[in-house]
Design a protein around this ligand. Structure first.
Ligand code: BEZ
Ligand code: FE
Length: 276
């Protein structure tokens, strides 16, 4: 087959997928090629614009290393990460909702005993976090593993500080007999997603800001239950309505108490769905 036209080239590209292709890959690539061709037809993309797009993706690649993932950031800021999450983890009554993982999770965080400090040496308003892990029926879950991570009050994760090797503002806890886990840390503040790269330039070009409302990240896992990757957002934060990565859900907005004074506190129950 030759002499493809604006219309016939789509079926030609789809027809090149052979029977050797894995069925799921065929399904995904067929849809991807169809939508991509339709996007080009609909927008009448010019060769200059297409090369600009390729240069953008190339720059995203050059920004990536073991501490920076520009493609996840792109997916997050275009709302795709939350869309994928909404399909994988649909909201269910009485179960804690999930939200975006983000690029700052790290394996092997420090182990923090209940009552410990997640942010040693970090200046800022202190908050006592007092939470519980329960099953969807409200029964406490002992021995759940909770990873928690957050930015500093000036908006940086540990991997963005110094040479990025120190672990701070993160830790792994275990729930006690009554399902409780508790620790103290600094009150999280709103901060911008990394915006010194191509994704930041794209946000600016679209007239968007890069801010996320103040939050703590949680990854809660317990035997016999579905894990949840989520956040607690600070009630009253000005960016709750315009989170750069579309991650806010009402059920995850928590009352961190009065913003006056040196110390505040928050309570929250994480309710996990029983594994099927
Ligand atoms: C975060 O909350 O850590 C985050 C999420 C998505 C993009 C950038 C940062
Ligand atoms: Fe974050």
């Amino acid at each position: 087959m030759r002499n493809f036209t604006e219309q016939s080239i789509t079926d030609a590209a789809l027809g090149r997928i052979t029977s050797e292709c894995d069925p799921r890959l065929r399904e995904v690539m067929t849809s991807f090629i169809r939508h991509l061709h339709e996007f080009v037809r609909e927008t009448r993309i010019t060769p200059e614009e297409w090369f600009k797009g390729i240069a953008f993706l190339t720059e995203c690649g050059t920004f990536c290393d073991d501490k920076r993932q520009e493609f996840i950031l792109l997916s997050d800021t275009l709302g795709v990460s939350m869309l994928v999450d909404a399909i994988a983890n649909p909201s269910a009554p009485g179960v804690t909702e999930s939200t975006v993982l983000g690029p700052f999770f790290r394996e092997n965080p420090p182990i923090i005993a209940n009552g410990g400090d997640l942010a040693p040496g970090i200046a800022g308003k202190r908050v006592d976090i007092d939470c519980r892990v329960t099953s969807e029926d409200g029964a406490p879950i002992a021995g759940a593993q909770i990873d928690c991570w957050q930015s500093s009050p000036d908006g940086f994760y540990d991997s963005q500080m110094g040479d990025g090797s120190a672990h701070n503002l993160r830790g792994r806890l275990t729930s006690a007999k009554d399902g409780r886990f508790w620790f103290n840390t600094t009150l999280p503040a709103a901060y911008p997603v990394p915006h010194d790269g191509p994704v930041g330039a794209l946000l600016r070009a679209m007239g968007r800001h890069p801010m996320r409302p103040g939050h703590l990240h949680f990854w809660v896992q317990a035997p016999g239950h579905r894990q949840v990757i989520t956040h607690l957002f600070v009630k009253g934060d000005p960016y709750l309505e315009s989170d750069a990565v579309f991650g806010v859900k009402d059920s995850l907005v928590a009352d961190f108490g009065s913003q006056d004074g040196p110390r505040t506190k928050v309570h929250y129950d994480f309710r996990l769905k029983k594994a099927a």
